[in-house]
Design a protein. Structure first.
Length: 413
């Protein structure tokens, strides 16, 4: 085990520009499931990490105590906790991976958060949640949503893509038992791979039987620094050279990943989304550029769940979704929504903090979001969304306006 508890177990993700749940919590630094498509191994020094590091549980307790005490919120974390901004648990590692049986860090965290009835989204592949004492604790936790990650109904394919993760049947059983016990449990179908799982009608039917009501989908983003042998295994498993195909289809580099064009993704989604709708479930669009085309205002699908009303509304994706309905996309559509005021610079990587766009002068989330809003054609700006273009007009506050290409407002799915 790591001699030090890792200090970045809670924070703001760089996806706050467009994400409704940018508040992240991780129990562990490493993940032992060994998924060959995983990008996390190359992030934040994880590629050099030999031993497991775990969250500082007493520090989390102090964060919560300070946030709900009658004291000034002197950090952005305290602001977010006091506002009860939902936490996304499991963004960089699975909180219920096998080492949890030994260390029980997530159990301790779950007990603490439960005392505050804090709104929480758990992302996991684990079936540990339906064992004790976890199941009993989850049943007592009202403000809770679980996302079970699945990318195929074919367990032989699962064994190749996710060699150390629980089987498809174990995850479906976990979803069914959680739903039967009143714990809202959805599916995160990720990554969606071209011509591999985008036609998996069987999986959608199995999800329906397990009580799933929402399916969150995001396409595979090819890491530029994925280890060569991992990429070779992935190519062998799916039957084509994914980097070559992405290049041919016009994928562009966004940060440290190659991302497919929006047009390619929308075409690839058409069959699987129809299957989801045919089964009476909702499609939640987790592809950044397609979020406004999903069935939910929030990409994680929690916008209509009691207890999650304080999800992060002050983001560009929601402005586009609201503006698409109103036939005019303006910053004023989100300008009055809550947003923390403290600096978030320590939670951004150095490339985000200091680059050619002079982001080194920005501090708060609002600073960064407004900067992106008024710098169209840059990463994370409104023009990065599918079919959205810059308008020639500006609003009364001198912020840019946007509209769909050729002013064609096609009804979101």
């Amino acid at each position: 085990m790591c001699n030090k508890k890792h200090t970045d177990f809670i924070g703001i993700t760089s996806q706050f520009y467009f994400c409704g749940i940018p508040f992240r919590l991780d129990s562990y630094r490493k993940c032992t499931y060994g998924c060959i498509y995983c990008y996390v191994r190359t992030r934040g020094g994880n590629f050099t990490l030999k031993n497991q590091c775990f969250a500082n549980v007493p520090e989390l307790q102090r964060y919560l105590d300070n946030a709900f005490a009658n004291k000034p919120a002197n950090t952005v974390i305290s602001e977010c906790l006091r506002h009860r901004l939902p936490l996304h648990w499991g963004g960089m590692s699975d909180p219920f991976q096998p080492c949890e049986k030994r260390y029980k860090i997530s159990l301790s965290i779950l007990q603490i958060l439960n005392t505050y009835n804090y709104p929480l989204i758990i992302s996991t592949k684990s079936d540990l949640l339906i064992s004790e004492p976890y199941l009993s604790l989850l049943k007592k936790y009202p403000n809770l949503v679980v996302q079970i990650s699945l990318c195929t109904s074919d367990d032989s394919l699962r064994q190749k893509l996710e060699p150390k993760a629980p089987s498809v049947n174990k995850r479906l059983k976990t979803m069914r038992i959680l739903n039967e016990n009143g714990i809202k449990t959805y599916c995160r179908l990720q990554p969606l791979l071209l011509n591999i799982n985008s036609n998996d009608k069987k999986l959608i039917k199995l999800l329906k039987r397990a009580g799933c009501k929402k399916v969150i989908i995001e396409h595979y983003k090819a890491p530029i620094d994925l280890k060569k042998h991992k990429e070779q295994i992935l190519n062998s498993t799916i039957g084509y050279n994914i980097r070559s195909i992405y290049n041919k289809l016009g994928a562009k580099q966004v940060g440290r990943e190659y991302v497919l064009p929006s047009e390619v993704k929308t075409k690839n989604l058409s069959f699987i989304v129809k299957c989801i709708h045919d089964e009476g479930m909702k499609y939640c669009a987790a592809d950044n550029d397609l979020q406004y085309l999903g069935d939910a205002d929030c990409c994680c699908g929690i916008d209509d769940v009691d207890g999650f009303e304080n999800w992060f509304h002050h983001n560009i994706a929601l402005a586009i979704r609201r503006g698409y309905r109103a036939r005019s996309i303006n910053y004023s559509l989100i300008s009055k929504e809550w947003i923390p005021k403290r600096s978030i610079r320590m939670y951004l990587n150095s490339k985000c903090r200091n680059n050619a766009e002079n982001l080194n002068k920005l501090k708060s989330m609002k600073d960064f979001i407004l900067h992106k809003w008024n710098h169209p054609f840059s990463a994370n700006s409104p023009t990065e969304f599918y079919n959205i273009r810059l308008d020639k007009k500006i609003d009364k506050a001198f912020n840019y306006r946007f509209n769909p290409e050729n002013n064609k407002y096609r009804r979101p799915s």
